[in-house]
Design a protein around this ligand. Structure first.
Ligand SMILES: C[S@@+](CC[C@H](N)C(=O)[O-])C[C@H]1O[C@@H](n2cnc3c(N)ncnc32)[C@H](O)[C@@H]1O
Length: 263
């Protein structure tokens, strides 16, 4: 199925790590902390759904024997496989993919769930997570927090960025618009790359409130263990705190991190 979005970073998955560097591995660390808090034993298996270029799978593979990744975009999966650093990768749609097995941990990070615009798509994705879980499996999600975008100070109409590296130098201009009634945000991002025609990315994201997220997870059979608006497991009002300058996507500080278990 053709994706409803377009991104230079999915056509060139090698650029994703350049544009969104994770030198401190904070997401892998957050997952490690969650395993200690919420699992009886260190996990032996994990599937990352919407795995992008496979970087979470690659960073967790040394400590988790069976690490799998699934993504809708073939170029992402081809790149993830080509890294040759562990992991089993499949092209698949989170609404329909069935891998024929269960995992100790199911993750869906980097706003991948926010690509599910309609309630029916969200429900299908949660069913996919449940199908790949078994009792006591842990689900870890991050998504765009409606409380921050719609009620707080998370929304920015225009975000400019610049990437300067030997292999890629470009300016980016992202223009956002909100559909408050549908709780969706649309982004058009233009890359100005020296000596090349501009490249235009298009994406639309569903914004989810914490209570709404809890509701759809419970309807899908999960028990929500905790929700945070930060990766440090700090309790808050879940409104998000936009403390840092926006990155090229402008999503820092605007996320909801969710930990749930299949009872
Ligand atoms: C912003 S990227 C995050 C990638 C990765 N999880 C990370 O954090 O580095 C969102 C990913 O979701 C994937 N995606 C969007 N819709 C999807 C779907 N229906 N099924 C599977 N993957 C999907 C995109 O292809 C993209 O790789």
């Amino acid at each position: 199925m053709e994706p409803a979005f377009r991104s230079l970073l999915y056509d060139r998955p090698d650029l994703y790590d350049l544009v969104f560097p994770e030198p401190d591995q904070t997401r892998a660390e957050m997952c490690g902390e969650a395993f200690k808090r919420y699992l009886p034993l260190p996990p032996a298996s994990l599937v990352d759904i919407g795995c992008g270029n496979g970087r979470l799978v690659v960073s967790l593979s040394p400590s988790i024997p069976e690490c799998w990744g699934v993504d809708l975009v073939e170029s992402n999966i081809a790149y993830a496989r080509s890294r040759g650093r562990g992991g089993v990768f499949h092209v698949g749609d989170m609404r329909t993919v069935r891998l024929g097995r269960t995992f100790d941990v199911v993750t869906c990070l980097g706003n991948a769930l926010s690509y599910m615009l309609a309630d029916a798509d969200l429900e299908k994705a949660i069913t996919t997570f449940a199908t790949h879980a078994r009792p006591e499996s842990l689900l870890i999600l991050d998504l765009l927090n409606a409380r921050c975008y719609l009620d707080g100070d998370g929304f920015r109409e225009r975000i400019e960025g610049r990437i300067e590296a030997p292999e890629f130098t470009a300016d980016s201009v992202a223009v956002h618009s909100l559909d408050r009634a549908a709780r969706r945000m649309r982004r058009t991002r233009t890359w100005r790359i020296a000596g090349q025609p501009d490249v235009v990315d298009e994406a639309e994201y569903r914004l989810l409130y914490p209570e709404e997220t809890r509701g759809i997870l419970e309807a899908g059979g999960f028990e929500v263990l905790a929700m945070y608006d930060n990766r440090e497991f700090r309790d808050s009002d879940l409104a998000g705190s936009v403390t840092s300058e926006p990155d090229c996507a402008g999503m820092r500080g605007r996320k909801l991190y969710v930990f749930a278990m299949m009872p």
